[in-house]
Every structure is written in C-alpha cells, then in structure tokens.
Design a protein around this ligand. Sequence first.
Ligand code: HDD
Length: 683
Amino acid sequence: MREPYNESKNRKQEQLEKYKTNDKDKKLTTNQGLKVSKDEFSLKAGERGPTLMEDFHFREKMTHFDHERIPERIVHARGYSAHGEFQVYESMKEYTKADFLNDPSKKTPVFVRYSTVAGSKGSSETVRDVRGFATKFYTDEGNFDLVGNNIPVFFIQDAMKFPDLVHALKPEPHDGMPQAATAHDTFWDFIANNQESAHMVMWAMSDRAIPRSFRMMEGFGVHTFRLVNDKGQAHFVKFHWKPALGTHSLVWDEAQKLSGKDADFHRHDLAEAIDNGDYPEFELGVQVIKEDDEFMFDFDILDPTKIWPEEDVPVKIIGKLTLNRNVDNVFAENEQVAFHPGHVVPGIDFTNDPLLQVRLFSYTDTQLIRLGGPNFHELPINRPVCPFHNNQRDGYMRQTINTGQVSYHKNSLAGNTPEPAAESEGGYTHYQEKIEGRKVRARSESFKDHFSQAAMFWNSMSEPEKQHIIEAFSFELGKVKSKSVQQQVVDMFANVSLDLTRGFAEAIGAAPPQQGGSDVTKSSPALSQENTKKKPDTRKVGVIIGDHFNGEEVNGVLARLKAEGINPEIVSDTLNARKADNGSELEVDHTFLTGESVLFDAIYVVSGGKDESSAFTPDALYFVKEAFAHYKPIGATHSGKELLVEAGITNTPGVVTGEDLTTFTKDFTAAIAAHRHWDRQVV
Ligand code: HDD
C-alpha cells in the first residue's frame, strides 16, 4: 500500500471541500433551517384523517424527492469517475505554450469520467461497447477537457450524422430493445449504409470493446488537435493515454455473465483499486506532425476514421495521470460534471476535422437541457480553480452574487473592466489558419477510403484476436433479424478481409462473399493487445479452500502473491473462517454463491471440499471449469490438484501445479501476468 494521498496539496480538492457537508450528529431541519419534530408522519386531521395542505414539511420533502432526477446523458449515460492529478515529465515548450504542459514541477488536478456509450444510466458495465475516457484538467489557465474514448477512431466523419448514428444504436424505438447493445437490426443497417464506419466497427467487434478494467484500457483524444507554442508555431497532434497495467480484455462469455453477476464490475474495480492504494496510472502520449507534413500520408490526417500508425508517427510519452481519490457523491461529481471538447487553454487549438467542429457546438447545448440552464459552470465539480470574470449574468440557479453597477463591455463606469487580456497576459488567441474555399455540403475526396485502415487493423491482430472478432460479428449479426441487412454487412466487410467475412457468414446463414478482399498488407503491431504490457500487479486471485489446509504452505503462497502486488481473496462454501492443519485461520471473503469465478483474474485451488478429506463440492468444480474455459491462470497445490483432475483439467498452458512454495508462486505469478492463455485447448 502506498503513502496515503495528501488532499491538501490539490487545489481542486481544497475548492471542493468548501461545498461539502455532513449531516451526521446534526438536528433534522427543513431546507429553511427550521428544526422538525417528527419525520415519519404527515400532518393529518385526526389520527385516521386526511393529510393537510398546511403540512409544509411534508410538501417540501416530497417535492424535492419528486424532482431528484435529471435527464441522463443522451450517450455515455452510464459512467464512473475518480479524481487525480497530472504531471508532465519534461517541458513541452517547443510545441505548446500550455502552462500545465510546460512546467514539470506542476501537479494539475484532474477529474476523469469513464463510461459506456449506448446503455442507460442503470445498464450493465461489461457490455460490448466503446468506453468513454473524459479528463478534465483544472489548470491555472482554465479547464482543459480531453473528451476521448478507448478507441482511436469514430463511426462517422461528419457530426451531422451523429443523431442518426445514436438513433440507430440505441434501443429500437418501436419496442425499446435491446438495452446497451448494438446486436440489433437498426445499428447494423446504419453500418452497412454508412460505410465510413468500417474501421471503427472492427475495433468495436474486437476485444477492445470488452475491457477487463477501466485501468487496463488505452484512451485516445481521437481528433487531430493543434499544439501552438509561444512563437505562434503550430503542430498537428493526437493525444493518447497509455495504461501502466497494459491493455487487457475480458472474454465475451465472461463479460455477459458479469452483466448479471456484477453489473457494477468496472466501477467496483476502479473504486476498490483506489481504496487499496493501487492508484491507476496512465501516461499521456502525443503523436506530433509538422504543419508542412500535413499531406505526406496516404490518408487525410483530419479524418477521424483514421489513426496515425504508431510505427510511422511514434507516440512520445510526456506525462503521467494518477487517479488517487474516489468521488464523495456520485450525483454531485459524476453526474453533474460537464465535459466539452471546446474547453481549451492557450497552446491547444482545434483543426477542421468536421466531427470535432460540430462537437464544439453539441456539448454546451446538451448541458443546457441536462443540467437545467446556463450556470452549470458554477457547480462545484465544474468550477475552474483559477478565477473567472465576465459580464454573463442571471439565469436559472445563479449562485454568484455579482456586485456592482456594470455588466457590459465596453464601459467607462468600471474603467472598462473586466478587460480582455493581451496574448502576452494569457489571452486565448485562435490559431490564424488560412482558410479558402466554397460553401458546400460535401465529404472531402480525401476522406473516401473507408477500408484500408480497417484491413490494417485486421492484419495486425493475433490469431486469437481474429477469432474473437469473427465470434463477435457472428453474435451481433446472429441477433439481426433482417436477412438483407446481414448480407449487406457481409458484403461490406468483404472489403476488409475475405477470411473475416467467410468466418462469420456461415454462422449467420448469409452467403459467403465470392469476391472482395483487400490489397492492404500493412499491419501495425501496436494495435494488437498481444504486444501490450503484461504485469501481475493488482490482479485478483480467487483462492478456493476448505478446512485442514496446509497452513504453512498456503500462508506462504498468499504472502508471496501479495508481495508481487496480487490481491488474493478467499472463496469457500461458508463465510466462517477456515482452519489450517497448524491451527492458523483464514478469513473467508466470498462463498461460492457470492464469489463467482468471473470476478477473478486467476484461481488458486488449495482444496475443493469442506476439508482435505471430503469430496469436492460441485460449486468448486464449476468454479474451476468456468475459469479454465475463460483461459484464466489456475494454480493448484495439494488436494487442489485432484480437483483439477476431476474437472478434466490437465497440464495445459496457464495451469500451474506444484508443492515447492517458491517455484510454484514464481510460475503462478508469471501465468497471472500473462493475463489469459489463448493457446489452451478449451472444449
Ligand atoms: Fe461525444 C458525451 C466522447 C463524438 C456529442 N462524448 C461524450 C462523452 C465522451 C464522448 C467520453 C461522455 C462525457 C462524460 O463522461 O460526461 N464523443 C466522444 C468522442 C467522439 C464523440 C471521443 C468522437 C471522436 N459526441 C460526438 C459527436 C457528438 C457528440 C460527433 C455530436 C455532435 N457526446 C456528445 C453529447 C454528450 C457526449 C451528446 C452526451 C453527454 C455530454 O455530451 O455531456 O453532447
């Protein structure tokens, strides 16, 4: 466990403190501060009589309750957040004048909200979907929001189509189904008829769309932004978040089961990690392209359906984000936070990416309805940590009391203040890009190749990853009812790969494509999760145990696993502590009923019965078989080995058995670090 985080150092935390209140040990009052004498009964005309209008206490309580809900976000409704801080490793002055990227000694407070896109606020978290990764940097020059996703491209190129995309992917309007899923007709009809989506769909059908944890996924700003330095020189930039723990995923069967076993799986994981002091870390990376090199690529760098392959444009790692504090109140922070890609600071500017351009309109607009008016910037979570002054006034729920006579510019009565700041004083100036052209509604010719990078993505996958993509298409299109839509999708993705489409056409009863395929042979190794970091840190191991276990050995293994940063949790058929042969005891964390195998990264089987001598419980057998089928590492000692035999699990990759404490733990830790063992035969 690390040093506890010191809140007093963080300016945003100091600011939020002022708004916090705690009702414990206080007298109950109305919102007018009146102490109330009873809170259980309404005021009645007689004990058995009707409730009276006069009962202001009842009316206030009920009216407030009736108005507790606000509209959920139209997309990204289901989300969870944490506080933290960001620090740049070295000054980025050469590229940007953004103060928080110039000073390596400066810690900038941040608030990050992770989300799914399609589902409602109460939907499950392990569904197949894009994940939002939105970061608010509370800089000394104002808030900078990096409103990204865990997938580096987008479904469409022009935000004009965004309402259509979202209508197609949300539950179908006539029956309101399915929830939080794209496995239905309208989504795939949209895809087949808007083929710029091909690249993004490849990512969405890959393991990236079922992340193991918010802590184990990459983040991307998606658009091409501009960095501008203090000499006014600009570079094109793409932003990346790289997770310290690597990029890892669930398997589909596991993700679906988790939806039922723990619909809060990802928020549990995030909150628990922070509570344990296992602070999630992400490094910020930038890909930078000189202005003069804008047209050097075989794609348009402003097209949001394209990546800049990391092998061609390396990602320069420039700083670290650490999440070190859970939210205190989910509504006040997670729900009321308002992100906006247009919240920028001097040194960061936009490009003409048509998706970004319209996002710059949409986000303020949506907060007006969602948060109820134009003063949402005054909500504690949204306030900048630097002062803000202007002539905006009034509106619903205004909290600031602006004193003085003047609320207009220019003026003489207040000495023409608040006054605009010169660029040298930090005044934001837009990059003076030269623009020429005719007014048209059109897609740029340079945006018309929809399949080359989709094919590159496919080429970059390992064999297991390719198989998972085929299975994802088979599942999603298997749920589609329209034969025509199914066939259109097969024909569309024949432009990406014939192997891919032949892989799922049969499963969905469509005609395999006779022609198509792609000439693209290029691959980008950075796209495969096989090549990610593999570490055992913070992995959860379910330890299956009964009484009379070998105390010395098991305690030794557990201590060694913990020393590797692994978190073992004990699972048995009762929550009573289990007794070892040497008299020691282990507290039990879960029963087989409450601690399913899908909640763990790996299983350590010590014994599978009530004690070493009794028969294995069916629950223990199921537990181990299920973990095996999800390619998880399994370690066994003593009678645990017999359980593996009974479960039909032999000596296959990722299965570690042994009695020598040191060797067993070393091999098991390596198996855990590997995440999943795809080379295992699962029948
Ligand atoms: Fe968006 C929310 C990310 C395209 C319109 N978007 C939202 C959130 C994330 C993204 C992470 C949740 C923020 C939070 O946690 O509160 N959106 C993206 C990315 C996109 C993208 C990476 C493509 C590169 N979005 C996009 C377009 C539009 C929108 C093209 C419309 C023109 N997005 C919205 C929105 C939301 C939103 C409707 C819903 C809630 C909110 O803004 O605050 O305005």
